[in-house]
Write a protein that binds this ligand. Structure first.
Ligand SMILES: Cc1cc2nc3c(=O)[nH]c(=O)nc-3n(C[C@H](O)[C@H](O)[C@H](O)COP(=O)(O)OP(=O)(O)OC[C@H]3O[C@@H](n4cnc5c(N)ncnc54)[C@H](O)[C@@H]3O)c2cc1C
Length: 463
């Protein structure tokens, strides 16, 4: 008889959510974790970065207090305290997961887990002690870490990854951020707000390159206005850490230049944690750094599953959680619908925030759609004006023929909380006119969604 019905390897938002759902469904469940419960998301990703960004945003508001008729003279920041607050938030979130494990009667097995043939998991503790467990279903959710480029080896001091970037003891005066995806631009905004001189180096022609080009351009304009230097279509070809700081050689179409900084942050993507976890012993198929799975997260070996960052699909916390829930519901014999990876919202939490779902204008055109596009700037929104945050817009993209909502792209304060409307509407296959006829509250930023849709149908009121 097996020790458990389900063993989950890794306790990130993929693993711990899976374990809870498994327990809810009546499975005797264990979770294996080698570090703190909560994975990258709670300890080194989503949550601590949002705590840092909140400090930066409050600091920015205080610096501009007079815009609101307030007087906040001598506004200063304590970098150590800002980092300390973020670490405290992460710690309390991890404790929250501990509580949830207990509440749901999930056994936590501390140590490094390795899957083995015969539906076994070998767990090696901190002191080298090992124990073997069996389960009917083994779910791999070991996540990922910062990816290292050969031209940018991380030493953790002068060339750093995201973990060091959110726990530095002293604030660098000058920082180069390589890569302008969500992680890169969030740190660029944070450090620039704190007073660090920041240069972003992006290989592709636009920052936040997966976003709609209008959004990328707007973010670039705002960042530049706020003093962040941006080099696009540019590549760091080597770094020299031999002196006091770092010298980074940056290659562009115009030639090469050497930039100097105290620290280079490498934010060029992730590398999955698939080494030494027994995949080869069991014969689990991997392709290009990801574990291969079907629509229900089953690997090629029966009884072994994989979810979250270790699998293809967007490397996002909400994706990992959704995949895990679907995986165990399928194991429980429930009727489940495969996840629609075309309707996953992506959010970036710098200021202005960026949020999007579905196709960009370029993607929709490439797919041959005839489009109806609407745009509503926050400068025409009463709520945005009253809040003193009129930068940004909502852009909506509809298929002109059948009215399908193909994509929604937003930039501005608070948009990461607004994108869910488009996700739900798209899930329910809502057309533009239905959104238009759904009365939105006034004054709210969400009215901009309704107005953008109205603009697409030439019915906009406030433009
Ligand atoms: C700086 C940063 C900011 C981010 N911000 C966001 C955001 O705002 N929103 C968002 O949706 N996503 C964000 N992400 C991405 C998000 O953190 C990941 O997509 C998410 O954590 C993936 O969840 P997971 O469960 O697959 O893996 P992880 O969270 O990586 O968890 C994997 C866990 O497995 C453990 N583990 C690994 N190997 C073993 C082993 N052999 N034995 C035992 N335990 C093991 C690890 O210690 C870890 O705890 C961010 C990422 C970073 C780096």
């Amino acid at each position: 008889m097996s020790n458990f019905d389900v063993i989950v390897l890794g306790s990130g938002p993929g693993g711990y959510v899976t374990a809870i759902r498994a327990s809810q469904l009546g499975f005797k469940t264990a979770i294996v974790e080698k570090e703190s419960l909560g994975g990258v998301c709670l300890n080194w990703g989503c949550i601590p970065t949002k705590a840092l960004l909140k400090s930066a945003q409050v600091f920015e508001y205080l610096k501009h207090a007079e815009d609101y008729g307030l007087n906040a003279k001598k506004v200063e920041h304590d970098f150590g305290a800002v980092v300390g607050r973020s670490r405290g938030v992460a710690e309390s979130m991890s404790k929250g997961v501990q509580f949830l494990m207990k509440k749901n009667k999930i056994e936590v097995l501390n140590g490094f887990g390795k899957v083995q043939p015969g539906k076994k998991v070998l767990v090696k503790g901190e002191h080298g002690d090992t124990a073997e467990y069996t389960a009917d279903h083994i779910i791999i959710a070991t996540g990922a870490r910062s990816r290292e480029l050969p031209s940018l080896p991380q030493d953790g001091k002068k060339v750093i990854g995201y973990r060091e970037a959110m726990s530095l003891e002293t604030q660098p005066k000058k920082m180069i951020v390589v890569g302008s995806g969500a992680i890169g631009v969030e740190f660029a905004y944070f450090y620039n707000s704190m007073g660090t001189e920041v240069t972003i180096v992006e290989y592709l022609p636009n920052i936040v390159p997966v976003e709609d080009q209008d959004v990328s351009k707007q973010l670039e304009r705002t960042f530049k206005k706020n003093g962040i230097k941006i080099k696009t279509s540019a590549e760091v070809t080597q770094v020299d850490t031999s002196g006091d700081g770092v010298k980074a050689t940056v290659k562009t179409a115009k030639g090469e230049e050497v930039l100097e900084a105290d620290v280079v942050l490498s934010a060029v993507g992730i590398k999955t944690n698939i080494e030494n976890i027994g995949l080869e012993d069991v014969g689990i198929a991997v392709d290009r750094d990801k574990i291969l799975v079907n629509d229900y997260y089953q690997t090629n070996i029966p009884g072994y599953y994989a979810i979250g960052d270790v699998t293809p699909g967007q490397a996002l916390a909400h994706v990992a959680s959704a995949e895990g829930i679907l995986c165990v519901e399928k194991i429980a014999g429930m009727h489940v619908e495969a996840l629609d990876y075309g309707n996953i919202p992506g959010c970036t939490y710098c200021i202005p925030e960026v949020a999007s779902v579905g196709m960009t204008e370029q993607q929709a055109k490439e797919q041959g759609y005839d489009l109806k596009i609407g745009k509503f700037p926050f400068s025409a929104s009463g709520k945005a004006k009253a809040s003193g945050t009129p930068d940004g817009f909502v852009k909506v993209i509809f298929d002109a023929k059948y009215g399908e909502w193909l994509g929604c792209h937003m930039i501005g304060v608070g948009v990461t909380d607004m994108i869910a409307e488009a996700v739900v509407a798209r899930k329910l296959e809502t057309t533009g006119h239905e959104v238009l006829k759904a009365v939105h509250p006034h004054p709210t930023m969400s009215e901009a969604v309704m107005e953008a849709v109205a603009d697409a149908y030439d019915e906009v009121i406030h433009l």
